[in-house]
Design a protein around this ligand. Structure first.
Ligand SMILES: *[C@@H]1O[C@H](CO)[C@@H](O)[C@H](O)[C@H]1NC(C)=O
Ligand SMILES: *[C@@H]1O[C@H](CO)[C@@H](O)[C@H](O)[C@H]1NC(C)=O
Ligand SMILES: *[C@@H]1O[C@H](CO)[C@@H](O)[C@H](O)[C@H]1NC(C)=O
Length: 417
């Protein structure tokens, strides 16, 4: 339900505004740097101290705007407030569209079905688009395939009946696609622990050892021969999971019978981008990174491990619902759309219409363009200089950032970084 309709708050407007300001004021961008023996593991997290329901809504936040430097008047919302008889006030730039270069977007053939909270993996010029809601009461149980060379949808095949239908964790080694846990069924059903692997050459699925516990939208990635799964939400969809597990995998097979417990993620939560690049694993998103949880497993007892927090320059705006909305281009991570903090006055979800770039050398962000509209849970791909996105839930119109239509459209723009 949270994906389609705003969650009802118990908090009054006044309290919500307070929480927002509070979160913004405390917000800093953090990167935690673990050193396990010789390896590096990064978590970009967001520090705040807020009520759990609000935290849930902000889950996936990458970095928080520096309120002192970005407070601007959101004219549109101020006008609305006047109309509704609420006091005029200044709002953080979080809720406004950021100035961004225009990009020339070209509309491509739409996906066979609209989908929300699906997942996607690109392998060379082929884009596999998994599962997702068609409507709140209907979930897809198949994979659609797009060919970035012919620019056509070239096929579909079924997923295993027992596989989750949305909020999956996905990762690929270039042939095999691992599909971890996720929500099973429509509406706000709970997650399954079942985990599968697809051989994209044969289109055959194989079952993997289930996760130790089901997770909803966990961060998942292959790293150094192991499939890592962390964070996400627990069975009730609300409680952030801190656990981090991994399992050795090779050529689409688990080499172990069960998942290994790894160092917990400092703060859990769903809808994060999880990216391995230059032999480092980045988890972009999260909230409340105030201290390190203790390692959950004696396996790491002997390994040299230091943890240190590093403050990153703030992201242009908080962002979430970006788990499959990223691509790697020229040593940077490009992120298309998402959701930012709920509007403190209208209390509606505010969609994001910008394209962001995270520079891996300098660990800095920039806004590199605008999408054709604001949209969350895009599925992004990059091929031959073109940035593509499909699926997700778009805004109500140029003047209204609230979520409305679930789409299957495919768009692309020529990127020039
Ligand atoms: C926020 O902006 C102020 C004013 O420019 C600056 O002094 C401060 O260091 C910034 N804080 C962060 C966390 O970037
Ligand atoms: C993708 O399209 C190209 C160009 O039409 C074609 O050569 C290739 O076989 C296609 N691949 C798939 C898997 O459809
Ligand atoms: C990536 O870098 C190469 C080499 O500098 C450049 O030719 C290419 O245009 C860049 N790609 C994009 C999308 O800007």
């Amino acid at each position: 339900m949270a994906r389609f309709n705003r969650i009802k708050h118990h908090s009054s407007t006044a309290k919500l505004v307070f929480l927002t300001s509070f979160a913004g004021l405390l917000g800093v961008a953090l990167v935690v740097h673990f050193i396990w023996a010789s390896s590096s593991f990064y978590v970009a997290s967001f520090y705040s101290s807020v009520a759990p329901i609000w935290v849930l809504e902000k889950s996936g936040v990458v970095v928080v705007t520096n309120v002192t430097t970005t407070k601007i008047a959101d004219k549109r919302e101020n006008a609305k407030e006047k109309k509704e008889g609420t006091p005029e006030r200044f709002l953080s730039a979080t809720y406004a569209d950021l100035p961004a270069p225009e990009l020339q977007w070209e509309e491509m053939p739409p996906a066979p079905v609209p989908r929300l909270d699906g997942a996607a993996i690109q392998i060379k010029n082929i884009f596999y688009v998994f599962a997702g809601y068609g409507s709140l009461d209907y979930v897809h149980s198949h994979v659609d395939i797009y060919n970035f060379t012919s620019n056509t949808w070239v096929g579909r095949f079924d997923m295993p009946k027992e596989m989750g239908h949305s909020h999956l964790g996905v990762a690929s080694d270039g042939r095999y696609i691992y599909v971890v846990s996720g929500q099973y069924g429509p509406q706000c059903r709970g997650p399954t622990a079942r985990t599968f692997v697809l051989d994209t050459e044969t289109k055959k699925w194989r079952s993997m050892p289930p996760l130790p516990a089901p997770r909803y939208a966990p961060a998942s990635q292959l790293w150094r021969g192991r499939l890592h799964v962390m964070g996400g939400s627990k069975e009730n969809r609300h409680t952030p999971g801190l656990e981090h597990w991994s399992i050795a995998v090779k050529d689409g097979k688990a080499l172990e019978n069960q998942w290994r417990t790894e160092i917990p993620i400092p703060r859990g939560g769903p809808h994060r981008a999880c990216v391995v690049i230059n032999d480092r694993l980045f988890v972009i998103g999260g909230q409340e990174g105030d201290f390190m949880a203790k390692p959950g497993s004696p396996i790491f007892k002997c390994s040299r491990r230091h943890e240190k927090w590093k403050v990153l320059p703030p992201m242009p705006k908080p962002n979430s619902h970006i788990e499959c909305s990223w691509v790697i281009v020229n040593n940077s991570i490009i992120i298309t759309g998402g959701t930012t903090e709920k509007h403190p006055v209208s209390k509606r979800m505010v969609l994001v219409g910008e394209v962001f770039q995270f520079h891996l050398d300098s660990l800095t962000w920039s806004v590199i363009g605008k999408l054709p509209f604001r949209i969350k849970t895009t599925l992004a791909g990059f091929w031959d200089g073109w940035l593509y996105f499909t699926s997700g839930q778009r805004d109500s119109g140029p003047d209204n950032p609230r979520p409305k239509k679930v789409i299957g459209e495919m768009w692309r723009t020529k990127l020039s970084l």
